[in-house]
Ligand binder design. Sequence first.
Ligand code: GLC
Length: 437
Amino acid sequence: MKNIVLLLLVLAAFCPRAAAQTDYVPSEANLEARESFSRDRFGIFIHWGIYSMLGQGEWVMQNKNIDYQEYPRLADGFFPSKFDAGEWVSAIKASGARYITITSRHHDGFSMFKSAASSYNVVDATPFGRDVIGELAAECANQGIKLHLYYSHLDWGRTDFYPRGRTGLGTGRPDGGEWRHYLDFMNTQLTELLTSYGPIGAIWFDGVWDMDARPREDQPQIWNLYEQYELIHSLQPACLVGNNHHLLPFGGEDIQIFERDIPGRNDYGLSGQEISQLPLETCQTMNRSWGYNITDRQYKSSDELIRYLVMTAAKGANLLLNIGPRPDGTLPEEALERLRAIGSWLEANGESIYGTLAGPTGEQSWGVSTRKGDFVYLHVLDSEAGSIQLSLPGKVSAATLLDGTPLRYRQKADSLELQLPEREASCIDLIVKVKLK
Ligand code: GLC
């Protein structure tokens, strides 16, 4: 008898959390948060850390094999004299974005928030001494926009991050370390993030792919995902968990993330995974880099970014569009310009984006569609199209432009023919609002 009790205790100690998350049931608050997330459709991503000082993106530590004891010296010189959370949030809000996702700790291991778990953080390790995440959280609350936090599983600097995966192998760390210590450190930091800054809309994990030589089913155990997800949901039930692991989501995750590709496409090579039933989000860069890159001038135009937002919404997904602030704390002028352009476009056309679902037409030669209730929004992206033919899941009772201008249409047995008006050369997306009976 005693042996059986002992056996049960041992079993309980080793597997309960993993089992619990395979039948994860999201709370009411979480389900509501998912719906609200899906209605948002547009967020701004911010990659900022001490790496911005080197101006070569957030992977510089790995790409240049910077020594793990030398890299932290950057912190000694980090003083973003022009950082103003209020200015960031105003500029981002004016773009029509409904949430901000910022790197609280990236793969370089530096925390952009005050942490008792490690003094290698923006308050304790830099002359700046200000809590960037704290100031941003306060300003988001003040201006009424949601805050999501990126958090890296992968760490290129800590000695307890062991065994290693496929990156950060050239930073000169000792060959050995206490993985459980690292997992506990992450739990402590997640607890700090979820108890110090008010409601957090989502925790956005990244870095699991570092051990992608190991099978998908091993990942939750390697990275302790289920325990972390349970911890997050117990601290803030409405906080959404997302993980940029490039795999089909695990139990306990609330959104599915795609990197640099609209769900269903895989041009960049990181999105071969199936599409789940969870709310979707695609993250994308404005130029080619996430973290500040001083030589990267290859910005996508505002028009291109707006069309990308439309295409993403038409797939039923949110767009999380990135900015890499400069080391002085300012947002690059190119980024500000694009925020303004997207904002004025959304102000006029947001009805066809916010709160919509994927449209019924799929991708056509003329463009794509979104849907809200009885309305279908046809986004005609092909500027040459004079009339279009399509089939919809029902009869049409009206077709207009967004400003109410009626359009001529002909309803055939199984299709609809629409006469499009002349469009101005500057028109990025001609939107037709169709009412279904
Ligand atoms: C990749 C990169 C990382 C970046 C992320 C954003 O995972 O490793 O640097 O933060 O994509 O999606």
